[in-house]
Design a protein around this ligand. Structure first.
Ligand code: ADP
Ligand code: ADP
Length: 217
């Protein structure tokens, strides 16, 4: 079926057990926040889902076709301007220059960047603007699963709320699924349908479903 299913995922780094028999599933269109103390294995689990790490044990069934990723640091290429940074993943997919430019500009507009900024370089941008560019770059591959690893933790409360509005608008509009690691409970409540809590070492200890509509949060 579509979506994602992990069965009995276990993994060790050397002698350290970082994931213990994780069972986890996501339906298409679902948004999940992954929370838990530092070092409990959240990033490792996300790497397994992204296909970047093959776990020692267990089975990964991932039917999402296109993954968009965003990390704690924007990780923009310093020598490329805004639109070129947004379009990076499209270049690799063989999209023509004109089409890349058009899609990148549409996404930049959607992220509420100003046309004056499209040809600026990352060092000329504020943290909030860099975050918008990094999100646009993740969206440029038209993801059906968005993987976010503490994406807005460096931003102040106001900018974070702006980013939440942009992410929420996008995932609802495109019926995109989202898995986000966060330490910010407000962020989890705003963006997720379900909060999955992990504990050290590498176990899921609680799942909280959020039933109320976004507008009521
Ligand atoms: P979290 O994202 O919850 O902070 P991580 O998945 O990053 O946790 O890390 C889980 C545990 O695995 C931690 O103890 C961390 O130090 C360890 N770890 C993470 N990556 C590696 C690695 N490449 N090699 C060895 N140990 C690692
Ligand atoms: P239309 O029905 O007008 O052809 P599209 O489905 O192409 O519309 O795009 C509608 C909106 O969705 C665009 O304005 C753009 O912001 C966004 N969008 C289109 N394609 C993508 C994509 N590959 N990745 C992210 N957003 C996209």
């Amino acid at each position: 079926g579509a979506g994602l299913r992990l069965r009995g995922i276990s993994h060790r780094y050397g002698l350290t057990e970082v994931l213990q028999h994780i069972d986890f599933a996501m339906m298409p269109g679902e948004s999940v926040a992954l929370v838990g103390p530092s070092g409990c294995g959240k990033s490792t689990l996300m790497h397994v889902i992204a296909g970047l790490l093959v776990p020692d044990q267990g089975k990964v069934e991932n039917d999402f076709l296109s993954l968009g990723c965003m990390f704690q640091q924007p990780r923009l290429l310093p020598w490329r301007a805004v639109l070129d940074n947004i379009a990076l993943g499209l270049r690799a997919r063989g999209v023509s220059f004109e089409a890349r430019r058009r899609l990148a500009a549409a996404l930049a507009a959607r992220m509420e960047l100003s046309v004056n900024d499209y040809d600026k370089y990352p060092h000329e941008l504020s943290g909030g603007m860099q975050s918008r560019v990094a999100l646009a770059r993740a969206l440029a591959v038209d993801p059906d699963l968005l993987l976010l690893d503490e994406p807005f933790s460096a931003l102040d409360v106001g900018l974070r709320a702006e980013m939440h509005r942009l992410v929420r608008g996008y995932i609802e509009d495109r019926h995109c699924s989202m898995l986000m690691i966060t330490h910010d409970m407000m962020e989890a409540v705003r963006l997720a349908d379900r909060i999955v809590m992990m504990a050290t070492p590498g176990r899921i200890v609680h799942v909280q479903r959020l039933d109320c509509a976004w507008a009521q949060r």
